[in-house]
Design a protein around this ligand. Structure first.
Ligand code: ZN
Ligand code: ZN
Length: 157
């Protein structure tokens, strides 16, 4: 049976049901994610849009990511402020177009799948580390080999 993961914001006003296993699961230690989440590390789990059902109202905050120059929209609960879901590039490029990213902490699930990639390790707090064998990057990566692997796994999910 296909598992459904349920994420909620802090107050429960926003509820997100996600069918199947997430892929990819990004761990990000960039300073913008640290400020956005109020935590030293952000976990972003991705599903195809058709497998995600979002209920409850959210407000949007958009920013352009410095290194990639892409505009990303972050959606947060207007009641409690939790940054809970977001979308990929509004320029319609990259492997995660057509997917939603959901905040890993929102699932409050100790058995949630571990990160598949760790980005911005150059600003990662020293005491945090990705699981062994997790590909780690100093910043973001546009390495075609990494992107090709993500695309292939997305197509075969
Ligand atoms: Zn809320
Ligand atoms: Zn980040």
């Amino acid at each position: 049976m296909t598992k459904t993961y349920i994420a909620e914001c802090h107050c429960g006003q926003v509820r997100i049901a996600c069918k199947g296993e997430p892929y990819p699961v990004f761990m990000c230690s960039c300073t913008l994610c640290q400020r956005r989440t109020g935590s030293p590390v952000h976990i972003g789990a991705w599903w195809p849009m058709e497998d995600v059902t979002i209920t409850g109202a959210t407000k949007a905050f958009r920013r352009t990511t410095g290194e990639q120059g892409r505009e990303v929209q972050f959606n947060f609960c207007p009641v409690c402020g939790t940054s809970i879901w977001w979308g990929g590039s509004t320029r319609g490029e990259g492997p995660l177009v057509g997917h939603y990213g959901i905040a890993g902490g929102g699932f409050a699930d100790p058995d949630f799948p571990p990160p598949t990639h760790s980005f911005y390790e150059r600003t990662k707090h020293d005491w945090i580390s990705a699981p062994d064998d997790t590909p780690c990057f100093a910043g973001w990566t546009d390495d075609p080999a990494v992107m090709a692997e993500i695309v292939e796994k997305l197509q075969n999910r």
